[in-house]
Write a protein that binds this ligand. Structure first.
Ligand SMILES: NC(=O)c1ccc[n+]([C@@H]2O[C@H](COP(=O)([O-])OP(=O)(O)OC[C@H]3O[C@@H](n4cnc5c(N)ncnc54)[C@H](OP(=O)(O)O)[C@@H]3O)[C@@H](O)[C@H]2O)c1
Length: 242
């Protein structure tokens, strides 16, 4: 029977590239998304046609508590055992420090930190022995920046979760790792004005954004190399060195 991977926020951007590379390697795919059903349907259809694996998707916005039960119920109902669980969906907040409300702050923390923790708690029994969990962190969780305080702090928390969860997942024989991308050419970045994009490129030694497919290879490597545990792999094209 094929291995299975669940990717949150798996219908676009990095999540979709991760789904594609796992599908290419024979995994069955379960995706979640927030709202865009048309994109989810087309993603499902494309992956099924290209790689001949089973693909399904669940509308499960990670800003909502009910999504935790929805995903867990789907896995229960279909008696699914996952080899790999990828936490990829995240949100940001670009309001100024002065105008950020507690509600705004809570929403980002819920989606980026509380949601993965409590989803993991609920579905840990669905991850097979010798399986693994991969979190999506960010370069912004390593280097302080001036764009979004809530985002940077939640991504630092994501990195801390990876190292802290190692011991908690040991009894299940489940490994946990993370990927910390720099600037990846997804809708998230593509909507930025050309001048800002150019300024970012100038700070990257490789002078370009990362392709989602380049990041996706790191996820596959973490899932398949059984000695990685508690590691955050930074992939930033040399941003820190220029
Ligand atoms: N792009 C970068 O430069 C970069 C750098 C570092 C880290 N990251 C991290 O990489 C991850 C993916 O980023 P991306 O750039 O690939 O994003 P993206 O292109 O905006 O991908 C969006 C995907 O996530 C889903 N999604 C968005 N909000 C969601 C929510 N609240 N609940 C569930 N699913 C949601 C979308 O579903 P709908 O289409 O239905 O909304 C879609 O499937 C995030 O954790 C981000 O922080 C990105």
């Amino acid at each position: 029977m094929s291995k299975k991977v669940l990717v949150t926020g798996g219908t676009k951007g990095i999540g979709r590239a991760v789904a594609e590379i796992f599908a290419e390697n024979g995994y069955d795919i379960i995706l979640t998304y927030a709202a865009d059903q048309e994109a989810a349907d087309s993603c499902e259809h494309d992956i099924r046609r290209r790689y001949g694996v089973n693909v399904s998707s669940i509308k499960a916005d990670s800003t909502s508590r009910t999504s935790i039960d929805k995903i867990a119920e789907y896995l229960d109902k279909n008696a699914i055992s996952l080899n790999t669980l990828v936490f990829n969906a995240a949100i940001t907040l670009r309001t100024s420090f002065e105008t950020t409300t507690l509600e705004d702050w809570d929403r980002v923390f819920f989606a980026n930190v509380h949601f993965p923790v409590f989803l993991l708690q609920k579905i840990i029994g669905h991850i097979e022995s010798a399986g693994n969990v991969i979190f999506t962190g960010s370069l912004m969780g390593i280097h302080p920046h001036g764009t979004s305080l809530a985002y940077g702090i939640t991504k630092s928390a994501t990195h801390a979760l990876v190292s802290n969860l190692v011991k908690f997942l040991k009894p299940y024989n489940v490994r946990v790792n993370g990927v910390a991308p720099g600037f990846v050419d997804t809708d998230w970045q593509k909507t930025k004005p050309a001048e800002i994009r150019h300024n970012i490129e100038k700070k990257i030694a490789l002078e370009r954004f990362c392709l989602p497919q380049e990041v996706a290879k790191v996820y596959l490597m973490l899932a398949q190399n059984e000695y990685f545990n508690g590691e955050i792999i930074k992939i930033d094209g040399g941003y820190s060195y220029k």
